[in-house]
Design a protein around this ligand. Structure first.
Ligand code: ITT
Length: 185
């Protein structure tokens, strides 16, 4: 059941761009399905993604991705509240709350809920890192200018080209897992 075209339902074009670049080498084309997601409140991003996916009634091979950043020092917050926190505080506000804090470990999580005629499947990706002391870089989106991946060279995702972020990002890992599953069956 190899698929060479799938849809990503999202209101965020950056996600589509990043995911499309990851899927292309597998011969899978990604189409944008514009959707302003209504997000339920849940601890597990898989539950949030599955709910959003259930709102899409079209009979297409389609997925929803729920992502977020979690800070160890804050017990995993904001996690599923990442959009809300970014909207209300912005990266400046987060840095202000983190002022003087030496424990800055964080991780990004991406969870994809994918549906086709065989049902719904979940794919996950994680990238570890830490919160920077200042906002750096104009690439990427969201939390990227304050997130320094552990596997990098000290730059934030905001300071990296798309391809560099895609080599190690949570989203790339989740979409590679999806692509491997799609091309193996
Ligand atoms: P959709 O819900 O429409 O897919 P969104 O941007 O709201 O788009 P999420 O709910 O998955 O997506 O993301 C939660 C927040 O985390 C949101 O503020 C994003 O900007 C941020 N975020 C997600 N992935 C990110 C990434 O790779 N880099 C930086 N910030 C990210």
């Amino acid at each position: 059941m190899t698929k060479n075209k799938i849809w990503l339902a999202t209101g965020n074009r950056n996600k589509v761009k990043e995911a499309a670049e990851v899927l292309a080498p597998y011969g899978i084309r990604l189409e944008h399905f514009p959707l302003e997601r209504v997000e339920i409140q849940a601890d597990d991003p898989a539950d949030i993604a599955i709910y959003s996916l259930s709102m899409v009634k079209e009979d297409l091979p389609i997925c929803v991705e729920d992502a977020g950043v979690s800070l160890d020092r804050w017990g995993g917050f904001p996690g599923p509240y990442s959009s809300y926190v970014l909207e209300r505080l912005g990266n400046h506000g987060i840095l202000k709350l983190m002022e003087g804090e030496s424990k800055r470990k964080a991780y990004y999580v991406s969870v994809i809920a994918y549906r086709d005629t065989s049902g719904v499947r979940i794919f996950r990706g994680v990238v570890d890192g830490e919160i920077a002391h200042s906002i750096r870089g104009a690439h990427g989106f969201g939390y990227d200018p304050i997130f320094i991946p552990s596997e990098g060279d000290g730059r934030t995702f905001g300071e990296m080209e798309d391809a560099e972020k895609n080599a190690i990002s949570h989203r790339a890992r989740a979409f590679r897992a999806l692509a491997e599953w799609l091309t193996q069956i």
